[in-house]
Design a protein around this ligand. Structure first.
Ligand SMILES: C[S@@+](CC[C@H](N)C(=O)[O-])C[C@H]1O[C@@H](n2cnc3c(N)ncnc32)[C@H](O)[C@@H]1O
Length: 278
């Protein structure tokens, strides 16, 4: 049976407000009023199977600290859309401008440290790893990419490094060489080769909480993550990134994001690429 507004279950404004408050506090994502239908859509199956259609009981579980339901809510709300070599100009810049700079700057240590913050299912850190693997001058260098996300499900997927073939159909042959094709029951799937997977380590991390790592990083990618964060949360986060970058370290953000009036710790190099100010 379908109730008001075509919904199967009652989802009141008050209940939506309770869930929004939890999501804002734990993820930094500020859900607007307009997102009520989206939230309903993402939760309704769970509300049916675990709460007999009672949103009130779900809200109570969240507020009473039910970790399983809290994780479910966070995973359902965070949007995990991503792609290999998404916003390709960032990877062009990395190969053409930054690798030569890093070869000079880090010639002594022969070490490169990169953080992909909000890595979703892994396409971003693996694209970084593939970009670096394509440069022979980096052979023998100690390169580590830390990839973190809040959502445990996407991290599991990322760690496996297995994707449907269709996800790489538009990549150039040069990029596709880093994937192994599945056979038999795995046909239609591809897996990143070990030489790429080994460069990336995945960890669960909420960007709003304390960070266990001390850095410093040469580059940080935090793309399409802060779109729903409010301004003060963004300021705090980008300033913490600045603290963890080397002097002159670079920060890459998403196409619809900007540091304008958010932080003065970086200078813009154009195309959503920034350099830390010393
Ligand atoms: C749209 S994806 C972006 C993936 C990738 N960076 C890209 O641009 O293709 C956003 C990711 O940020 C993660 N995220 C959202 N809020 C977060 C938080 N507070 N801490 C850590 N990760 C978060 C989500 O789980 C999601 O996987």
């Amino acid at each position: 049976m379908t109730g008001a507004l075509g919904r199967e279950f009652i989802f009141s404004d008050r209940q939506f407000k309770r869930l929004r408050a939890f999501v804002a506090e734990h993820t930094g994502i500020a859900l607007s009023e307009a997102k009520k239908d989206m939230v309903y859509g993402r939760l309704s199956k769970r509300i049916r199977s675990h709460f007999a259609g009672n949103f009130q009981a779900f809200c109570d579980a969240i507020e009473q600290g039910d970790a399983q339901e809290q994780d479910f809510l966070i995973n359902a709300i965070t949007t995990n859309l991503t792609a290999f070599f998404r916003e390709a100009h960032h990877f062009d810049y990395l190969r053409q401008r930054l690798i030569p700079e890093l070869l000079r700057r880090n010639a002594h240590s022969r070490k490169i440290r990169i953080w992909s913050a909000g890595c979703s299912t892994g396409e971003e850190p693996y694209s970084i790893a593939m970009s670096l693997a394509g440069d022979n001058q980096l052979a023998g260098w100690d390169i580590k990419i830390l990839a973190t996300d809040l959502d445990a499900n996407v991290l599991k997927h990322a760690e496996a490094g297995i994707y449907s073939e269709e996800r790489i159909s538009k990549l150039a042959e040069q990029q596709r060489q880093y994937f192994q094709r599945g056979r038999g029951s795995n046909s239609g799937l591809v897996r990143l080769k070990p030489e790429i997977r080994e460069r990336v380590s995945f960890k669960r991390l909420n960007l709003l909480h304390d960070w266990p790592m001390r850095g410093p990083f040469d580059l940080i990618f935090c793309r399409n993550v802060v779109i729903y964060f409010d301004k003060p949360t963004q300021t705090k986060l980008f300033d913490r990134f600045a603290d963890l970058l080397v002097a002159d370290g670079h920060l890459f953000i998403g196409h619809s994001e900007s540091l304008y009036k958010v932080t003065e710790r970086f200078t813009s190099l154009g195309n959503t690429i920034y350099r830390r100010l010393s």
